[in-house]
Design a protein around this ligand. Structure first.
Ligand code: NAD
Ligand code: MG
Length: 339
């Protein structure tokens, strides 16, 4: 774990760590003279204290391009989905989750975190993503949880229905639905955006959650949750993401409307609105090369987020501890954007 993180974080981080250890020394020295400065009761620096500005790689990133939908395993640097870092504490024991786009990115981070919190997990992904999906299935099984892999294209209503049925069958029920899959392709001008493009984005990002929700609802008992991955694009859209941004605004409205509708049934609906996160979506046509090279550089943290940094948000929204939260959108955008 140590090695992997050091690889991910690069040399800057190692220097920062040394500085941090040096800083700890000063802290200890200060504590020894505590009575004089009245800091005897000051707690030692927590072992898990991490500087978010230095935790992960910063731009510039190497140019890279993959065919849609892309693989996390082929990205440079490889994204961190919490494979070696996420520690569970039984927050979702016995729960049953279906996560779309669970092979990579935020969906994978949620899948790993859910399994480590004690949930059984079904993931959906496109057949081309089998190599990423296999890794996730192995990680879920390693936790001793049921892992169900259901590849298929969400743009088909019939598949969405089958997906829910197979997940329910494989898991023995369903109480967490995470509508996370999405299509994002940049087009500089609306004139370059074909009706087929527009349709594919709408089908994946708007129709699929609608179809999946209808299919899942009869299985969801009180206490169940639905989580949507929306985006800062819902409220601060980029010019070159005209179709995608509209779908993310739709996802946010989905959360706020459905939460009201399902509250009396005891089903909570919440959303996660990420900022720039280092995932295959961005290197397979989701960002221009110029944007990719400086990805996340314009956030106050000066870097993109890693999927691992959002896993705990999906856990929190699914957990019964959050029982008074519904219709909420939780942002994670490195200091910029509005959820
Ligand atoms: P990702 O590429 O890892 O995940 C997207 C997933 O969508 C893919 O893995 C794929 O399995 C799935 N998918 C796409 N089209 C599909 C189809 N037709 N049928 C079945 N599955 C399909 O990228 P990600 O960034 O983790 O994306 C997850 C969510 O996060 C998306 O909703 C995206 O809009 C949102 N988001 C991402 C960012 C970011 O910067 N990466 C920012 C804001 C919001
Ligand atoms: Mg993927």
């Amino acid at each position: 774990m140590e090695n992997k993180n050091e690889y991910l974080m690069g040399d800057d981080h190692k220097i920062n760590r040394r500085k941090a250890i040096g800083g700890l020394g000063i802290g200890i020295a200060a504590m020894t003279v505590g009575p004089v400065f009245n800091v005897a009761a000051a707690p030692p620096a927590a072992a898990g204290l991490e500087d978010p500005t230095a935790k992960y790689p910063k731009p510039p990133f190497n140019e890279q391009k993959q065919p849609w939908p892309g693989l996390a395993g082929k990205m440079n640097p490889r994204p961190d989905h919490g494979e070696t870092s996420y520690k569970g504490s039984g927050r979702l024991t016995g729960r049953k989750a279906l996560i779309t786009g669970g092979d990579s990115g935020m969906g994978r981070a949620a899948a790993i975190a859910y399994a480590r919190e004690g949930a059984d997990v079904a993931i959906n992904y496109l057949p081309d993503e089998e190599p990423d999906a296999k890794e996730v299935i192995e990680l879920i099984k390693k936790e001793g949880r049921i892992a169900v892999a259901i590849p298929g294209d969400l743009r088909e209503e019939a598949f969405c229905k089958r997906l829910v049925n197979e997940a329910v069958k494989g898991l023995g029920g369903l109480d967490i639905l995470v509508n996370n899959a999405a299509r994002q392709q940049t087009r500089e001008s609306i004139l370059d955006l074909s009706a087929e493009d527009f349709d594919a984005t709408m089908k994946t990002n708007v129709y699929a959650p609608f179809w999946l929700t209808k299919a899942a609802l009869p299985h969801l008992k009180p206490g169940s949750v639905i989580i949507a991955t929306t985006s800062v694009q819902a409220t601060d859209p980029s010019g070159e993401l005209f179709d995608y941004a509209q779908t993310k605004a739709a996802n946010t409205a989905y959360v706020r409307s459905l939460a009201k509708q399902l509250a009396p049934k005891g089903i909570r609906v919440n959303g996660v609105a990420p900022g720039p996160i280092w995932t295959p979506l961005q290197v397979s046509g989701g960002a221009t090369m110029e944007k990719l090279k400086n990805f996340g550089g314009d956030t106050p943290f000066g870097r993109p987020g890693q999927p691992a940094e959002l896993g705990s948000i999906y856990v929190q929204l699914a957990s019964s501890d959050a029982s008074y939260s519904t219709g909420q959108v939780y942002g994670a955008a490195g200091g910029s954007g509005q959820p």
